[in-house]
Design a binder for this molecule. Sequence first.
Ligand code: SAM
Length: 387
Amino acid sequence: MMSKRKVPEEETKLDPPVAKQLKILDKTTDERTRAAERSTIVDSGEHNFFGVLGLQDINTKKFLGKSTRPRNHVNPLSKTFLEPLTDLPDWKKVYQDAENPLVVDIGCAAGRFSLMYARKHPEWNHLGLEIREPLVERALIWLQELTPKLYNVYYKSCNVTVHLQPLVESYPSKVQMICVQFPDPCFKRKHHRRRVIQKPILDVFAKLLKPGGVLFLQSDVEETCAQMRDRTENCGYFSRREGDVYSARDPGYIKAIDEGKNDEQHFWTKDGKRALKSTATVVASEAKEAEETETKSEGSKKQGGKEKEVDYGDYGDWLQGPNPLGEDCKTEREVQNESLGLPIYRCIYVRNDVPPPNPSPAYYQVKPAGSSNTSSSSSSSAAAASS
Ligand SMILES: C[S@@+](CC[C@H](N)C(=O)[O-])C[C@H]1O[C@@H](n2cnc3c(N)ncnc32)[C@H](O)[C@@H]1O
């Protein structure tokens, strides 16, 4: 019988790349398990939060004559999604009273939130915007099948990054509220520019919302929510509501703000703090790279030509208490998160009286019906949206 070789201690230690790979594997498995759990939560068992709506599990193939299984993620900056809108809704046909104020849910996914919120606020019209068309098609079928009918909800498939302004500007009345709820976090640094909340869209929000209009943001990813919050506060058009209570802010961040530096002069350090570029351990080449694209100044650093993921910490400064829209109106993601016991980060703003940008940004243009190639305006849209 062969004697068992004694394994040297160093061999029992995994070399860093292998350890990292295992960690990634663990993470992926966790995420898969969580995704599987999530998908069963929304319409089932004790978590049947949306049961009151009585929605059917629609066989979309039967209704629409095609399979509508949505892809998990789409790239809003890809050419297909940058084509200008040619089919603005006839608002007087889609809503019973198109003079009512409008609530816009950006990235509404299956759209159940709008249905719930519309029952609660029949005095407003509700518009769900979603880039994945099959979800919108199903939501519109749900809308037709509902008893009692809701005449104050509509869904539109579009890429809010380029279509929000022409679409909502064509609405005949005022915009009451814009909600950005659990937007895709686009974790990879190279995908940060796909995130919905960028400076140009905040300019559009500023144009669409009149003083007093509300902007509601929530996410289950703290870094994503912190970035949405910081960008919103830095753009100058939105103020926190009086009387709202927020948790304490990360002291490192307060220091940076006290020094009067704006968001673009900071980056996220490896241990999840914010730091000033000048005082941080950013090597010269990284600083130069950071200047080239804003997204490269956030979230991660390049080392030896390889992207390095950064772990984020706890930044604090979140709206305290339950969902300010009410405990009876939640999004699908919110229901899932709550039932999994995961945290949710929120902030809510009112449009202040700082005049909106003028002239209107050129990159949000609607293509007049029947006009020919607009690829140049499309690509400038993309550039502007991602800059
Ligand atoms: C994580 S889901 C959250 C959905 C929903 N708000 C919720 O809380 O359950 C984000 C949604 O935003 C949509 N989305 C991402 N980018 C978009 C864009 N540029 N325009 C419209 N929808 C977008 C995605 O397709 C996805 O359905």
